[in-house]
Design a protein around this ligand. Sequence first.
Ligand code: GLN
Ligand code: ZN
Length: 768
Amino acid sequence: MSAITSVIGFPRIGENRELKKSIEAYWKGNGSIEDMRAMARSLREKHWKLQKDAGVDLIPSNDFSYYDQMLDTAILLNVVPKRYRDLGLGPEDTLFAIGRGYQGPQGDVTAQPMKKWFTTNYHYLVPEIDAETDIRLVGTKPFDEFAEAKQLGIVTKPVVIGPYTFLKLARGPQAAELELTDAIVEATAAAYAQIVERFNGQGAEWIQFDEPYLVLDKDDGDLDLLRRLYAPVLAARASGGAKVLVQTYFGHIADTLATLVDLGFDGIGLDLVEGRDENLAALQATPIPDSVSIFAGVINGRNIWRNDYAQSLGLVDAVHQVARNVVVSTSDSLLHVPFTTANETKLGADVLRHFAFAVEKLGELVDVASLADATDDSRKASDVLAANQALFDGTRVQPDEKVTARIAALTEADYTRQPARAERQKTQRAELGLPLLPTTTIGSFPQTREVRQYRARLRKGEIDQKTYDDFIAGKIDECIKHQEQIGLDVLVHGEFERNDMVEYFGQNLNGFLFTQNAWVQSYGTRCVKPPIVWGDVSRARPITVRWSSYAQSRTNHVVKGMLTGPVTILNWSWPREDVSHELQTTQLALAIRDEVLDLEAAGIRVIQIDEAALREKLPVRRSDWYSKYLDWAIPAFRLVHSGVKPDTQIHTHMCYSEFNDIIRSIDNMDADVISFEASRSDLTVLDAIHDAHFETEAGPGVYDIHSPRIPSVDEIVDKIHAILAKMDVNKVWVNPDCGLKTRGDEETWPSLENLVAATKKVREELGK
Ligand code: GLN
Ligand code: ZN
């Protein structure tokens, strides 16, 4: 007999992104709602059967979603603000209105805010609870999907976001802090108790409540809140009825395990990939009654490398020492990995055998579970284990000795730019001839259909390289001329040649591999296809020099070179597991450093190094922020630019303004200028900048590029005033809050004209 297996969640977008295509067809009026529902149903069936056929015991249901599982939970619990209900739309359309806004005959509402799901690049919709919210169980989605699977002969394990995580992530109107009143807590607990009762009635054997928020640090009262939420839920169990699993992931719960045991959960799910050591230590320190099953999350749902069976067995064995009932599980939902390696036809079998996407991970789960219960002798005789071991024996890739030597030779000086920033800043503005409140953009200009078509035609061989290059040059010419006309100060070339800010770099770096179909959901129907770090990284050839210097040759204004930084490249790729993230980031930093120096040598005097994703992988626990991340991520950025001349101005950009708590680290990147998103946030970051005596010059975005709206001159003037109230005028830049790639020309240029006009107005007020 082998140990029981459990999957926390499965990708829902489909092997060929069928769900994405079907939903988008519906949005565009090219498909009916019935078509979309039928597609959803057929995907659910396919995914359940796949898991069943693989031999998985506890197969999730309600992990399907048209848009986002947090949004589904909000709808389930009647947490839908009135402005969406008032539209009077059907269920799916209401859901889409919350997810992406609605403008039409029924009204005009913006979408609810979206945020990154813990340390992933998946984004969830932030539930909004206001004074009128009447939390109660009103939806039927989890029950319907459970019944749907049961009809197919599969008794699934329904999955619902747990009440603790749900309430912790919920906000008040305008994303304000939410006070969790007794009424909110009691109503939520009652709704979840009802969920348990309903599933009991339907014959569920296990119910999984996802509680990733438990891996975060606790404030006073958090464990008490957990108890208040779950005591009624657990009391709603019927004897012999459905068991309740509290599923954690993305880190450890050393500070919570004893409370969960004490509350009396039937199953406790632990991530033994992220937070492994702390979770194991906590297990050893906490007596686990025989009535509790420990779900050992050993199959990594966050990366695509093959599981090391010997290592996983070691972990399962260790859990077995302290817990009688062990279930072998994925470490988190497989939502965060692509569907299957079977559709990768360009990577050779010798490469592909090192990877397991969602489908292949099912096989790994079942393998590990069957080996887990085997005797030592049968493990020794196992071909499966031996074949797996062979993947990890010997060297998969030869180390690049040049890269190794280069890293070994680095000294503190390589991480330190000279002279000190205050001194550089004094001369840069004069040397670059910049006015007070310089205006600029973040890099990309609209990637129109035409631009994407040219790229596709080049890829398919329908046009030759020269035709493509001439087209790109023409786009740059237009873009530069237009920027000159409207009077921007620091120009950009527009990034027309780039498909994606990470892939474009990866394609010019040694050590990277690319997939054809390895899509992962990022938000709603949007998917990304991260490249793979396969070996040691170095720059294969100059990457951006050609187009940046071409752009500079077309104007007397300063053109800003545009690079993606090492931390962001790694965070938006599949990292290696055989060497540390620190080492991979350092290798990337050296590669981008080569590019920075080449750009400078080619006459580019302002260089922006985007670190859009720097905060994404900030560890969930504060105590790990520095030692496990910032202590090497920030120096890696400095290594990229420390070699430039004092007058070369280094910019960076981040796609969020949530850096109040790491503001010193941001300043320690030692960039000369940073731009960031601030238009939708409440500008508290300006207080932090002020209070921290932030040295980096800064361009808090003065308008929201995620919306097609054109901001008026007055609106932008107000924004600049608000910024000047908190910042030294000599350190302020004026720019939009992110790249303009996803926008159309029709809104981009008028918006930028208003931005320039607003800046001139403020300069006049200041007498400059
Ligand atoms: N330079 C990039 C652009 O403008 C930055 C993108 C981003 O921040 N995600 O598109
Ligand atoms: Zn951005």
